[in-house]
Design a protein around this ligand. Structure first.
Ligand code: PEP
Ligand code: MN
Length: 289
């Protein structure tokens, strides 16, 4: 794309792989599944999620501790206390964590706890934040703005790259449209286009796109079929009780079933799912080392 020299693909084989940990990378042969609640609510909630999903298997945990809520009166996230919870679960369950950074002032603190910094849709064009994240020493998960064009999305990534950080993963999470039946419209056309335009890995977030749990499995399978490098999906031990985004939260059982259902789709498009053996044997060898 003109004007985006750093993130534009140079040839069809040009692909960036973004490592999340020693074992997990986004953009390689394996499709990556990131799961967890919209909001970190308690240690026991996050432990239950990690324990169940580790064997699904998912490869990374999500959970917001600084939440961009529509209403200033809605729960704004646990902040530093939530980061402590993420750090403890990350270590106990050997799962990399992804959490949202909303302000420049949070970058250093969050970088000390998380493996990947999420830029939420509402901040996709917060250019000062993007520039500052260019100096961060962590991979960035850049979510598409609520009404951002593909060009604006790519340019937002170029902001981060041009300030020094090329570890960027794009995330299509649905865009606003006229139809209110779904929360947003999942733009798989953008996924196909981004695969042509950029060498950056692309995740799909079917949760914020659909806004309804019963639509998420179908959208997930479509996303993998379309060439996405992975998914980030909201789930909760008691979905209806989620502090935020309850309507779109999957149960942990549904999440595990969804992961299993992706296998033939991944295979059909020449990809693989991370195996349970890999995660478990690596952990085992760490324990004996
Ligand atoms: C989230 O991931 O919980 C979130 C707020 O996502 P988005 O920025 O895509 O709305
Ligand atoms: Mn959410």
């Amino acid at each position: 794309m003109q004007g985006a020299p750093l993130v534009t693909k140079l040839n069809s084989a040009h692909k960036t792989i973004v490592p999340l940990s020693d074992l997990v990378s986004i953009g390689g042969e394996e499709v990556v599944i990131i799961g967890g609640p919209c909001t970190v609510e308690s240690l026991s909630q996050m432990e239950t999620v990690a324990r169940h999903l580790k064997s699904a298997p998912i490869q990374a945990l999500r959970g917001g501790v600084y939440k961009p809520r529509t209403s200033p009166y809605a729960f704004q996230g646990m902040g530093i206390e939530g980061l402590d919870i993420l750090a403890s679960v990350r270590q106990r369950y050997d799962l990399p964590v992804v959490t949202e950074v909303m302000a420049i002032s949070q970058i250093e603190e969050i970088s000390a706890y998380a493996d990947m910094l999420q830029v939420g849709s509402r901040n996709m064009q917060n250019f000062d934040l993007l520039k500052a994240l260019g100096q961060a020493n962590k991979p960035i998960l850049l979510k598409r703005g609520l009404a951002a064009t593909i060009e604006e999305f790519v340019m937002a990534a170029e902001y981060v790259a041009s300030h020094g950080n090329s570890q960027i993963v794009l995330c299509e999470r649905g865009i606003r449209s006229f139809d209110t039946y779904t929360r947003n419209v999942l733009d798989l056309g953008a996924v196909a286009a981004l695969r042509q335009i950029t060498h950056l890995p692309i995740l799909v977030d079917p949760s914020h796109a659909a806004g309804k749990r019963e639509l998420i499995a179908d959208l997930s399978r479509a996303a993998i079929a379309c060439g996405a490098d992975g998914l980030i999906i909201e789930c909760h031990p008691e979905p209806e009780k989620s502090v935020s985004d309850a309507r779109q939260a999957l149960s942990l059982e549904d999440m595990a079933a969804l992961v299993r259902s992706l296998e033939p789709i991944a295979e059909a498009v020449g990809r693989k799912m991370y195996g349970r053996e890999l995660v478990i044997s690596a952990r085992h060898s760490e324990e004996i080392a």
